[in-house]
Design a protein around this ligand. Structure first.
Ligand SMILES: [Zn+2]
Length: 499
């Protein structure tokens, strides 16, 4: 057998195996289960998809069924029928791609379509960037919306297409939309799991649940792409090159806004608060308040929930964004039935979510923002920004040096850190509920900081009338280049050398 024939046959067998592994996940309804048992099942790799007071929906591999017997869990297997998507009226993947392309053709000055990589079966992950000056990175917060990482939850895909259309078609017509497009860089990916969408499956075609396969602070503490689903690798690699500060990922199966954390080191925890819990709750509430069916949810007070308070999710995208990427993400469940709604009522669901989405996006303009540059070169610096007493970091966009820390009104002390630079502090910054307060920072290279400290300690050095005096023949020898740096930094006019 020729080598390339061998490769093809192995490829076919591998594909068949993966397709089979995808097909044989069993979907279950679990009855009368304790909260601790749900957490235990998650830890053992059973995928918990939905929890309410009566039932829990889960996915399990057949070889793991013994876990249920061992834990004496009462369950019913849900029979799986192959369902075609098209009769529902939802667009095909090819139609979605064409819609995305047509947006770019109609609005080339404010949107640009990016293909950030191929799914396991070779379909493009399409990410639309919407902004003025769309081809360049500006000093603007980046916001990202990603939908349908579960391929059998199509409603978010349609709502994201509607949102793109809404932003583009109202530019220069609606003042609020125009401001968002001018002031932000908005990225929208209507379909993160195109293979799952085509096959009407929750999982990708490698058999991964894309919302259980991200790095996780509790069980998978490595922020690398190694061994992860191909679609996740593309999203992670995109995120490593950008600094989005606000995001949402859209699902269906419930009607609620879920905020971090989704998992906790204490498996008995009933709530897992981030250091930004108050901000997350207000952000989630501001979404739900504009979505009346969500706000009046019979299951969740005011239509919001902490992730752990609902059920544990290990490896979710939301916690990864917050823990590693400096991005505040919400998981938004758009509709109470997973595979609905029927296409005819999509306009109603869109009406329920349109203003809530716009309100949510505008959060990215609140708090403190600025540019972080090198004091000597003026070049942007890749730096992290922390509020004193809060471990959450946001990061500058390395291309421009801009940072954006979303905050509630109040007074904050900020800490700016970057490799090779002295750590900088700014205290008592007042944040109001209007536009973000601007605090630009010029970072001082550590070598220069050391020179400044040496100068301050020199007995034979003095500054007066903008003239620096020191004795170069003394014990403290200085490199002339460092002296010039110091002069540049403190704007000295001249140096007098005393013999
Ligand atoms: Zn989902």
């Amino acid at each position: 057998m020729k080598y390339n024939q061998f490769i093809i046959i192995v490829g076919i067998l591998l594909y068949a195996f993966l397709a089979e592994s995808q097909a044989i996940y069993k979907q279950l309804i679990i009855h009368d289960i304790e909260r601790e048992q749900i957490v235990k099942l998650s830890q053992l790799g059973v995928i918990i998809d939905f929890v309410d007071k009566d039932n829990t929906i889960a996915y399990i591999r057949p070889e793991d069924m013994h876990i249920l017997e061992k834990m004496t869990i009462n369950y019913t297997v849900i029979p799986q029928h192959h369902r075609q998507r098209q009769p529902d009226g939802y667009p095909t993947f090819d139609q979605i791609s064409k819609i995305m392309q047509s947006f770019e053709q109609h609005y080339p000055h404010i949107c640009h379509l990016h293909d950030i990589g191929k799914s396991y079966e070779g379909r493009s992950l399409l990410f639309m960037k919407i902004s003025d000056h769309v081809m360049i990175e500006e000093d603007e917060p980046e916001v990202k919306y990603i939908s349908s990482m579960h391929g059998d939850e199509p409603i978010g895909t349609i709502l994201c297409l509607n949102l793109i259309d809404h932003l583009l078609s109202n530019y220069d017509k609606d003042a609020e939309i125009t401001e968002l497009v001018n002031e932000l860089e908005i990225w929208i990916m209507p379909l993160m799991n195109p293979d799952g969408y085509v096959h009407n499956k929750r999982f990708n075609m490698q058999g991964f649940d894309l919302n259980r396969n991200f790095p996780d602070r509790v069980v998978d503490n490595q922020n690398t792409t190694t061994g992860r689903a191909i679609e996740i690798q593309h999203v992670m690699n995109w995120a490593f090159k950008h600094s989005s500060v606000l995001s949402a990922n859209f699902h269906s199966g419930e009607l609620v806004v879920n905020y971090p954390y989704d998992s906790d080191f204490d498996s008995h925890a009933s709530y897992s608060a981030t250091p930004d819990d108050k901000l997350f709750r207000e952000m989630a509430l501001s979404y739900a308040q504009l979505n009346s069916p969500m706000y009046n949810s019979p299951h969740f007070p005011f239509g919001i929930t902490n992730g752990v308070d609902w059920y544990f999710v290990y490896g979710g995208m939301q916690d990864w964004n917050y823990v590693w990427m400096g991005c505040m993400e919400l998981t938004i469940e758009l509709y109470s039935a997973k595979d609905g709604p029927s296409y005819s009522i999509v306009p109603d669901v869109w009406n329920d979510n349109r203003d809530a989405m716009i309100r949510h996006i505008s959060w990215s303009l609140a708090g403190i923002r600025g540019l972080i540059t090198d004091v000597l070169t003026g070049e942007p610096v890749f730096a992290s920004v922390k509020v004193k007493g809060n471990d959450f970091c946001v990061y500058t966009d390395p291309d421009v040096g801009d940072y954006h820390r979303i905050l509630l009104p109040g007074f904050y002390d900020l800490i700016f850190s970057a490799k090779g630079y002295a750590t900088m502090h700014r205290q008592n910054i007042a944040v109001t509920d209007s536009d973000a307060k601007r605090v630009d920072i010029q970072m001082i290279p550590i070598s220069l900081q050391m020179v400044l400290e040496i100068l301050q300690g020199l007995s034979n050095c003095s500054t007066s009338n903008s003239i620096l005096r020191f004795d170069v023949t003394g014990d403290d020898q200085l490199d002339l280049r460092d002296v010039l740096y110091v002069m540049h930094f403190i704007s000295l006019e001249s140096v007098t050398i005393i013999d």
